[in-house]
Ligand binder design. Structure first.
Ligand code: ADP
Ligand code: MG
Length: 241
């Protein structure tokens, strides 16, 4: 589903250049459950944004569903993004003046679905995530966990094949984090590829493949949550920042 070959990405600020991704090679198949780890500033969000076509890479090739992303028109990229990808963010990114149902229905609005129909579908997704009774509530009346479930429902409503989640549990307590991870696991069980960024080992170990970024490259890939050696090394790394 995802094929990255020698991906480079730099940010230019004034006359200085920050080389963030320095040759990323990565294959992810449909149905995988993957986490990306690495210290703060290591390029995790940059990589996720490139995967989601929210940002461009400078060098190398990226194939998503066998389609080369580079030089794709913005219109084509937006179309592919709408049809394939759902996003979940640490800060939920809900619209504060829309209620839960309207937030979930938003992607369908952009697809031109009529209000009545999109609200019916949004209610189905709210129900799936156990939030039917919260449909009329505004984001500021809900807990962090509820907000993240709203954001997940919104990501699912366009039936994506890929969910990209940037620190989805970063603003949640442990119990709520585990609940959100359970939801992501169920989504993955339905065959949707899930890629998430996290700082936390326990969260990463719930995924089936951990990709560890370091110095702009993939430092190691750990399968099936085998963190025995990794935890110690990573803790040391965190202590040095
Ligand atoms: P992470 O998600 O691993 O914490 P990021 O991918 O957000 O790291 O950022 C990697 C580096 O690139 C950081 O040093 C960050 O400050 C820098 N960076 C990220 N986005 C931009 C941008 N739009 N413009 C300039 N620098 C950026
Ligand atoms: Mg980040």
């Amino acid at each position: 589903m995802i094929k990255l070959n020698n991906i480079h990405k730099s940010y230019v600020m004034g006359n200085s250049k920050l080389h963030v991704l320095k040759g990323i090679n990565l294959d992810i198949e449909q149905g995988e459950f993957v986490s990306i780890m690495g210290s703060s500033g290591s390029g995790k969000s940059t990589l996720l944004n490139i995967l989601g076509m929210l940002d461009n890479h400078d060098q190398g090739s990226y194939y998503l569903n066998n389609q080369q992303i580079k030089n794709m028109s913005e219109k084509k990229a937006a179309q592919l993004r709408n049809e394939l990808v759902g996003f979940v963010f640490q800060s939920f990114n809900l619209i504060s003046f829309k209620n839960a149902m309207e937030n979930v229905a938003l992607p369908l609005y952009y697809k031109g679905v009529k209000r009545k129909k999109r609200n019916i579908i949004a209610m189905e997704y709210l129900d799936k995530l156990g939030l039917k009774d919260w449909a009329e509530h505004m984001p500021n009346e809900m807990s962090g966990g509820q907000k993240q479930r709203i954001a997940i429902a919104r990501a699912l409503i366009s039936k994506p094949k890929l969910i990209l989640a940037d620190e989805p549990t970063g603003a949640l307590d442990t119990t709520t984090s585990y609940e959100v991870m359970e939801i992501l696991k169920e989504i993955n069980n339905d065959g949707i590829t899930v890629i998430l960024v996290t700082h936390e080992h326990d969260i990463a170990s719930m995924t089936k493949k951990i990709i560890r970024l370091k110095d702009g490259q993939i430092h190691e890939i750990i399968r099936n949550g085998d963190l025995t050696n990794f935890r110690e090394a990573y803790t040391k790394e965190l202590e040095t920042i």
